[in-house]
Design a protein around this ligand. Structure first.
Ligand code: PLP
Length: 418
């Protein structure tokens, strides 16, 4: 081996040793605590992205640390030739939280893998046509990519597993027109995450349920980003704050996929199939070495138990409402969307990259999924004090990003803090 690269920066070593799939990393991070992380220079950041909606309990939560270390010290991995208690308990918890009767769970290691399981499950209907939506993101494996809309992600990898029709998101009539008796499934995000937190019109999922039922197709909801408390309810499709019709007439899907927040940072995904759909994948139809691993499922249980015991659904609803109101108060924000702690907003000018950059410089991690849109998906444990610190900084971040004041005569921020 040549000299270990002690003298080169970790950023340079990263560039020399990791595939350039993500572009240069913005920072080197060394540790975290709650909703905060620190970089290699000791600078602290309020983490309002949570590892892309993953760190539901924040960083270093004692319940998660204890669950993972205790399980690893007891039994770390066994393969799916064997069963373990955390695996079975987590499956039971997910089915109970869905509140839609019996079903079956397949555990995977990521969101894309949960969706691959669901994709294969739909093929067992004997049909191959799928309907997905414009703006949808379902992951980067070949199957999940076939359902992901963005051309830049798809084109270099075609041909993708086929027969997918894309329809405009939120348009029930377009969906009804695309579904036929040959359609295996319709796949929808209850709120589109990567598109910048796009909430469909009320009754959209219910209409999709009617359409799929009429044609004997499955309704598959991708809750990988929206599930596990992210919107202030266990699942967005049952959250009246996302769709008021869910209060009296919640949609019962055939398949729900989850991942991101479920492990609180430990990689895990799950494909949950309800009712008869739970029996579509049989022996030999699918498999995984790691999926349902005791450490990952113990992590999932710790996340669910902590959200439940600490009242984090209500907390996320409350802190999220406060954030949305505060963000909307600046006239350079034209729209704020979302529920709980999944928040998207539109800027009046396409300067979201500059705003994200200014936020980082000021010690806040946020995300810019499109040139006009900002997304926040902080830990569900984010405090009101931390939310307020970000709201106080917000106008100055828009200033620093070069967003013109909308009402200069009313401006009070130029010339320094009041
Ligand atoms: C992140 C995401 C995925 C993919 O999950 P990975 O763990 O990155 O494979 C799929 N669907 C949705 C809605 C997501 O937000």
């Amino acid at each position: 081996m040549t000299h270990l690269d002690q003298h080169r920066s970790l950023q340079d070593r990263y560039a020399a040793s990791l595939m350039n799939t993500f572009g240069p990393p913005k920072l080197v991070l060394t540790h975290g605590d709650g909703a905060r992380v620190w970089d290699e220079n000791g600078k602290a950041y309020l983490d309002l992205l949570g590892g892309i909606a993953v760190n539901a309990l924040g960083h270093g939560h004692p319940a998660l640390v204890h669950a993972v270390t205790a399980q690893l010290g007891t039994l770390g991995h066994v393969s799916n030739f064997f069963a373990t208690q955390p695996q079975v308990e987590l499956a039971e918890w997910l089915l109970a939280l869905l509140g839609a009767g019996p079903g079956k769970v397949f555990f995977a290691n990521s969101g894309a893998e949960a969706n691959e399981a669901a994709f294969k499950l739909t093929r067992r209907t004997g049909r191959t046509h799928l309907v997905a939506t414009e703006g949808a993101f379902h992951g980067r494996t070949m199957g999940a990519l076939a359902l992901t809309h963005k051309e830049a992600y798809r084109t270099p990898f075609e041909p993708l597993p086929g027969e997918v029709t894309f329809v405009p998101y939120g348009d029930s009539e377009a969906l009804a027109a695309a579904v036929t008796d040959r359609t295996a499934a319709v796949v929808l995000e209850p709120v589109q995450g990567e598109a910048g937190v796009v909430v469909p019109p009320a009754g959209y999922l219910a209409a999709a349920r009617r359409t799929t039922r009429e044609h004997g197709a499955l309704l598959w909801l991708d809750e990988i980003q929206t599930g596990i408390g992210r919107t202030g309810a266990w699942f967005a499709h049952r959250n009246p704050a996302v769709d008021p019709t869910a209060a009296h007439d919640p949609v019962v899907p055939d398949v729900v996929t989850v991942a991101k927040g479920l492990g609180g940072g430990i990689p895990i995904g799950a494909c949950v199939a309800l009712g008869a759909a739970g029996d579509l994948l049989g022996p030999g139809n699918h498999g995984t070495t790691f999926g349902g691993n005791p450490v990952a499922t113990a992590a999932g249980l710790a996340v669910l138990r902590t959200i439940h015991a600490d009242g984090l659904l209500d907390h996320a609803s409350r802190v999220g409402a406060r954030l949305r109101a505060g963000l909307a108060a600046d006239p350079r924000v034209s729209e704020v969307r979302g529920a709980g702690l999944l928040i998207g907003l539109d800027l009046v000018e396409p300067r979201s990259a500059e705003v994200t950059e200014a936020a980082l410089a000021a010690g806040f991690i946020i995300n810019n999924p499109t040139p006009e849109r900002i997304r926040l998906a902080p830990p569900l444990v984010l405090t009101e004090t931390d939310a307020d610190a970000f709201l106080r900084a917000w106008p100055s971040l828009l200033d620093a990003a070069g967003l013109a004041q909308q009402h200069p005569q009313q401006d009070t921020t130029i010339g320094g803090p009041a």
